[in-house]
Design a protein around this ligand. Sequence first.
Ligand code: ZN
Length: 88
Amino acid sequence: MLNTIIHKFVKLCYEKEVSEIVVGDASEIRENNDKNAKIKENYTSSVCPRCGSKGKRITRGSFYCPKCNQIMNADVVGCLNIAKKCKA
Ligand SMILES: [Zn+2]
């Protein structure tokens, strides 16, 4: 299961030409499972990872930021926001 997720994530990063991947401490994720689930659902899918403005999902798989005037892959947006949370 975990290997499948990692494989999909790395493949997605490769396709999107991501140059840096930030990996959070997995033990913290296990301990704060409820908190992380909320971050994933409420925060990561609605905020632009570039400017921090509130954007919106225009389709299930894509996210639009009006301030950046850019459409981004929703999965990439979610990953980047999680990465930012891990860095903070
Ligand atoms: Zn933006």
